[in-house]
Design a protein around this ligand. Structure first.
Ligand code: TRP
Ligand code: SF4
Length: 403
């Protein structure tokens, strides 16, 4: 990873309703881990929900609420991560607007999700200004916190790439000071002879040979300078990679490596496929859903052997079961020694056991809405403070300070 300046993690989720096991295994477990390792900003993207739900806004508030409770219930810790709601930090909107001035339309139109989603959600009129700007709003979300790492799924990587391009363009447009070169040279001198020489050599190695190690060493060197102010540090960091001051930081996607959670039908678990098990699903309902889920169609009668590879239940065993149980399934299924109901039982037990503590914690938050409100208020304050700082700098380099 680049410099420690960029070690902020940020991710958001649209409030589309109650969360399910797909969110838990695909996203939230990763967030819980990341919160120990980085300064994390996790937010509910309620404005993003509006891009598709503008004609049905009544459900958003409840969805926001349910989502935050589910985050807390799975172990996102407000003592470690900053949790907030996007619309409580209007700086996202201000940055979105300011960036929109210099964002080429073609950059937005060519992002794959734009046409894909319009195709997929044919029942909605998504030929709106807001929907076209969806990735731009997402970029503002990321850039406003100078987040270096953005944990996302495969489908969102293009949005992070787009954000990088915007940051680069912004720095190029507004990061140029008339006397940049002179200021950089002053800043280099301030590092002292030895460090100045080291800095210049590392920059040369990076610029001439593309040596990434030289770049990160130089970045660390700049970070470690104690008698250099923030402005000069940014100049020195910007000068390493180009000719301008780095104002907005280029983020990197952090792809989640966790296995895709299968749905009840073997496709990816997703609300739109109606194949989910919710985090708040009562045990009886978990049991019923697993019991009725399809198995290898070859097992018409109990005595017909089957093939786990052709069965969605097997995918659940791969997530939940240890080797002993997996061997028992493989052998038992192929020899018809076990029935599908037997085979499903360990999965049912594991899911119920996994959900029990989550549901217990969710219940306690439901009973204490004040504590949830306090967490969001606190998170909103912290996020706002960081976002305000960025906007001040952005307004300044864009010439929007009138004093
Ligand atoms: N677009 C993301 C999704 O649909 C949600 C999101 C909004 C987001 N803003 C973000 C994700 C910023 C990461 C960073 O999942
Ligand atoms: Fe699927 Fe298990 Fe039945 Fe085999 S025994 S078909 S793996 S549910």
């Amino acid at each position: 990873m680049n410099s420690s300046l960029s070690q902020h993690v940020l991710s958001g989720m649209r409030p589309t309703g109650k969360l399910h096991l797909g969110h838990l295994h695909g996203v939230l477990k990763n967030w819980v881990k990341l919160q120990h390792e980085y300064r994390c900003y996790f937010f509910v993207a309620d404005w993003h929900a509006l891009t598709t739900e503008y004609d049905n806004t009544s459900v958003i508030a409840q969805n926001v609420w349910d989502m935050v409770i589910d985050w807390l219930a799975v172990g996102i810790n407000p003592g470690e991560a900053i949790l907030f709601v996007q619309s409580k930090v209007p700086e996202h909107a201000e940055l979105h607007l300011l960036l929109s001035m210099s964002t080429p339309l073609s950059w937005l139109e060519r992002i794959p999700t734009y046409k894909d989603q319009q195709q997929k959600l044919k029942n909605k009129d998504l030929s709106t200004y807001g929907f076209l700007g969806y990735p731009l709003l997402q970029s503002a979300d990321i850039l406003v916190y100078k987040a270096g790492l953005v944990p996302v799924g495969e489908d969102q990587v293009a949005h992070v790439e787009f954000t990088r391009e915007l940051a680069r363009r912004f720095n190029h447009l507004y990061g140029r000071e008339p006397d940049f070169e002179e200021k950089v040279n002053d800043a280099i001198r301030k590092m002292g002879k030895k460090n100045a020489k080291l800095y210049k050599n590392l920059r040369k190695n990076y610029q001439e040979q593309g040596d990434d190690d030289a770049l990160s060493t130089a970045q660390a060197l700049v970070e470690d300078q104690h008698n250099i102010n923030m402005g000069d540090k940014k100049r020195l960091l910007g000068y390493l990679e180009g000719q301008a001051k780095t104002i907005l930081i280029e983020p990197e996607p952090l792809l989640t490596k966790t296995a895709k959670m299968p749905g009840l039908d073997g496709q990816k678990m997703s609300k739109s496929y109606h194949n989910t098990i919710g985090l708040r699903e009562p045990p009886e309902s978990v049991e019923k859903k697993i019991r009725t889920m399809p198995t290898d169609p070859a097992r018409v009668r109990r005595t017909d052997p089957g093939e786990p590879e052709k069965c969605p239940v097997w995918q659940f065993h791969q997530i939940y079961s240890d080797d002993d149980i997996k061997n028992w399934v493989q052998n038992g299924c192929r020899t018809a020694e076990i029935g599908c109901i037997d085979c499903k039982q360990p999965v049912i037990d594991c899911i119920i056991a996994e959900l029990a503590p989550i549901q217990e914690r969710a219940q306690s938050y439901i009973e204490e809405p004040e504590s949830v409100r306090a967490i969001l208020a606190e998170g909103g304050e912290q996020a706002s403070a960081a976002a305000r700082e960025t906007l001040e700098e952005v307004r300044q380099v864009m010439g929007l300070t009138y004093r």
